[in-house]
Design a protein around this ligand. Structure first.
Ligand SMILES: Nc1ncnc2c1ncn2[C@@H]1O[C@H](COP(=O)(O)OP(=O)(O)OP(=O)(O)O)[C@@H](O)[C@H]1O
Ligand SMILES: [Mg+2]
Length: 351
């Protein structure tokens, strides 16, 4: 029997299509290595994010395809990931950070910081290098949510060293101000301070830097969005906001600023009973999914209301850490996967 060739292996793997990029993994250049030795085949498949939601499925599919090739006795499929970077300007503030993703909302209190924290942790869980910047300089809440509000960042060669917590790098004005010392600054000072949180912090090499923006569509979030080159923005919305068209305003505003809207996250639309798991919709109406579709914004998922989890978040242990098996934690993981996929689509689209 003629021995198996590299071309045969690649041809067979063309049957695997990336569901987000709508192309096969061979023409996408994801197959990095093919080794054939007697009846043993080894391939390395490199995805564009470790948070790829279909990573395991692709591995199984590749194993099945390769096992069925003539003369193959053993198959070894290795999955790796290399996040592709956003477009960099020559004077980029953070050349080592591949993607900067802002988390925004039309109004306050919709769960923006909760979403930012849990998405950062969910991405880190997959093996990605993740940072979280609390740009809500009026009411920095990230340190408390991560239970590290009493930490003081070190200064090394005139740069602040982020606090490491649950596997992510964190920086917030909350670490630098005394408690109750509210920041009451306006326009230019806001921009300068936010810029410092990017430029004067030793972020190091990161795949994703998530930025918790101040709420609303006023000066502060807009200035922040324009201070650094964002890959895009995620808009968090509750059903009430959707009904009141507030969420639509923030989508329109970011679009006007040429900031891509990576997706919408719905929060607190339904209640999952902790005893029986039954789901109850809290607010009538079409919800964020329909709304996002109408606006042409990817819908990333819905996070249920869970009093227990919000309590533990207030105590410094976000859902992903305190209740990793909860419906809420699961929702965050799915949203993180979809977000990473959207980021990959944008990066690949430019090539
Ligand atoms: N899915 C949820 N289930 C239960 N509680 C939640 C959920 N999402 C957020 N919360 C709670 O709602 C409150 C507000 O959330 P959070 O601070 O994340 O909102 P925010 O949009 O960042 O607010 P702000 O505009 O003040 O920055 C917090 O106490 C948080 O624990
Ligand atoms: Mg907040």
């Amino acid at each position: 029997m003629p021995s198996l060739t590299r071309e045969q292996v690649l041809d067979a793997l063309r049957a695997i299509v990336d569901p987000d990029l709508h192309r096969d993994i061979v023409s996408l250049g994801f197959v990095k290595e093919v080794a054939i030795c007697d009846g043993a085949v080894k391939v390395v498949i490199e995805l564009t994010t470790p948070a790829c939601p279909v990573k395991d499925q692709m591995k199984i599919q590749a194993e099945q395809i390769l096992s069925s090739l003539p003369g193959v006795q053993s198959v070894n499929v290795q999955m790796t990931a290399q996040v592709r970077s956003r477009t960099m300007e020559p004077q980029d503030l953070l050349p080592e950070v591949k993607h900067i993703i802002a988390i925004a909302s039309g109004k306050g209190g919709v769960g923006k910081s909760t979403v930012a924290v849990n998405l950062a942790l969910a991405l880190a869980e997959t093996g990605a290098k993740v940072g979280l910047l609390d740009a809500d300089i009026y009411g920095p809440s990230i340190p408390k949510m991560l239970g590290c509000q009493h930490e003081k960042p070190l200064v090394d060669e005139q740069k602040l060293v982020p606090i490491r917590r649950y596997g992510i790098s964190v920086m917030s004005l909350g670490f630098l101000l005394e408690e109750d010392q509210a920041a009451m600054w306006r326009g230019p000072i806001v921009a300068g301070t936010v810029r410092q949180l990017f430029a004067d912090v030793r972020w190091g090499a990161l795949d994703y830097l998530l930025v918790d923006l101040p709420p609303g569509t006023g000066d502060a979030p807009m200035t922040t969005a324009q201070t650094v080159p964002l890959t895009g923005v995620v808009i968090v919305m509750t059903p009430q906001e959707v009904a009141a068209t507030i969420a639509g305003k923030s989508v329109a505003l970011f679009r006007r600023l040429n900031t891509p809207v990576l997706g919408a996250v719905e929060n607190m639309a339904e209640f999952v009973c902790p005893h029986c798991g039954e789901r109850t919709a809290i607010f009538p109406g079409p919800g964020a999914r329909v709304f996002a579709e109408r606006l042409g914004v990817p819908f990333l998922g819905s996070v249920p209301l869970d009093p227990q989890v919000s309590r533990s978040s207030d105590e410094g242990k976000p859902a992903i850490v305190s209740a990793p098996g909860s419906a809420q934690a699961q929702a965050f993981r799915e949203i993180a996967g979809k977000l990473a996929a959207q980021v990959s689509i944008m990066s690949m689209g430019r090539e």
